[in-house]
Design a protein around this ligand. Sequence first.
Ligand code: PHB
Length: 391
Amino acid sequence: MHRRTMLKGLGAVASLPLLGSAAHAEDTVKIGLILPMTGQSASTGKQIDAAVKLFMAQNGDSVAGKKVQVILKDDTGVADVTKRLAQELIVNDKVAVLAGFGLTPLALAVAPLATQAKVPEIVMAAATTIITQKSPYIVRTSCTLPQTTVPLADWAAKNGIKTVVTLVSDYGPGIDAAKAFKGRFTKAGGKITGELTAPLRNPEFAPFLQKVRDLKPDALFLFVPSGQGAALMKQVAERELTKAGIKVIATGDVTDDDQLPDMGDSVLGMVTTHFYSAAHPSPENKAFVAAFEKANPKMRPNFMAVGGYDGMHLIYEALKKTGGKTDGTALVDAMKGASWTSVRGPVKIDPATREIIQTVYVRKVEKVDGQLYNIEFDKIPDVVPPSPDGN
Ligand code: PHB
């Protein structure tokens, strides 16, 4: 199997005696995939890794006459490790593309290297606004927090919510989310009556939730990164906020499809906004979810998987456009303006910002065939990442 795929990858080289390692290296496009495969954000790494493998199983391991080789590295969610791994991948492995980046600090740590080495950095997960501004070689296939948050602030303002307390993880995307929600919601006449932040590492939410009960807003707005939603929602249920008359709303990071099946009925009816739900009712998504679940039993794809799957699509399309040329500047140029029908819906890479323009859905947690899903009931098409103040 391995030999056969190797030979297929080398098919373009006519003369056999020239099949040295140099010829082989030239015919291989290496992608360094850096993910948190262990540690607090391991679910993000596992989802993206599974999606990258699925994409290659479905689309083949060669494109534009080149064999594609993904080199997976575990950064354990620690930025110094991400940076060292990126350096090794650039210098030793001579990767054409770096991809992954499960958390904002990990994506930021690599930005100067991407610029210096002129290697595209495909951000498949991290979602703080500032990231793409840190290198002209960064292209993002996930989202920004203001992009997914603004539609929720609009929904809240239109649905009788007058006062909100925000509770977010105390780092880039959390600060972005709280700021965007506040900017947009107050512009629409709403009031923020408390701004709380919980630590990113090993958060203890109970004292914050008690504070929310005391402040008694109409609604509590939440953001925590994918992987922390189950722990947070367990404590929300224990504090009985809904019984106290406080509506709980969040970005879809909180009810992400990786953990939602185990969250229990207390999250039923919770409204969130995001770019992806495994229940998105398009034929493309139904096929994607079926193939993903077949390849990864007991695992439901979440939005991280889709960021990874679309990231691979973008890399393959760019290689087709350059005719297999791996020059970093040419690859990034080829990515600018790319548009396709993703399993999430229609998407486009903004040529000016290298951000993804996409539909943001308003969803409600419901049970389908006995399982919890984010069911879309409204959508805002072609959302361009807004400025961090949400306006
Ligand atoms: C981030 O660190 O940028 C991040 C991680 C997980 C999310 C969203 C943002 O769900």
